[in-house]
Design a binder for this molecule. Structure first.
Ligand code: HEC
Length: 151
């Protein structure tokens, strides 16, 4: 029994970046990150890239005057937003106010992902950032944390 648990734990940890664990993540955190990673691959990777690298030329408006999906890794700016802000963006969708079209280029995931699933996908995104970016984002999030419905 004991050895089985070690094998199961090792299997979970092997797919989570080492720094996520070194950052003092407890077991519940590791499970949420792992869950978030699966959600990311299913719902986000097609646009934001399998490793969160974004679409090439993401800072340039396309022929419709829209911004392509930005990266979520350390080269992007996702880490500059507090947990509460990221939660809202994913739940309600987003478009740059200067986009020439009115549609939400970032689709709303309300009704697709449960509040806890949105929280977990944000937790996964944090593993793509540098320790310094994570520290700044943690401070920002104290002012605007995940809303209560995320549990
Ligand atoms: C159909 C393509 C598409 C899908 C699918 C998609 N996004 Fe986006 N997302 C975008 C685009 C395009 C933008 C930029 C919109 C703009 O700034 O005009 C964006 C912006 C964002 C932003 C705000 C920018 C930032 O860096 O903070 C976040 C956060 C985000 N997406 C997270 C997600 C997550 C998490 C998922 C999966 C649950 C997801 N997106 C799925 C296209 C997509």
């Amino acid at each position: 029994m004991h050895s089985l648990m070690i094998v199961a734990t090792a299997a979970v940890m092997s797919t989570v970046p080492v720094h996520a664990i070194a950052a003092g993540a407890d077991k519940a955190d590791v499970q949420q990150v792992q869950h978030g990673r699966r959600i990311y691959q299913q719902y986000c990777a097609a646009c934001h890239g399998i490793k969160g690298e974004g679409k090439p030329g993401w800072q340039q408006r396309d022929e419709l005057g829209e911004l392509p999906p930005p990266p979520h890794d350390a080269t992007g700016h996702t880490w500059k937003h507090a947990d509460g802000m990221l939660y809202k963006t994913i739940r309600d969708g987003w478009r740059d106010p200067f986009n020439k079209t009115k549609r939400l280029t970032m689709p709303a995931f309300a009704g697709v992902l449960a509040p806890g699933e949105i929280r977990d996908v944000v937790k996964y995104l944090k593993t793509l950032w540098t320790p310094e970016q994570r520290r700044i984002q943690r401070e920002e999030s104290q002012k605007k944390p995940f809303p209560p419905e995320t549990g």
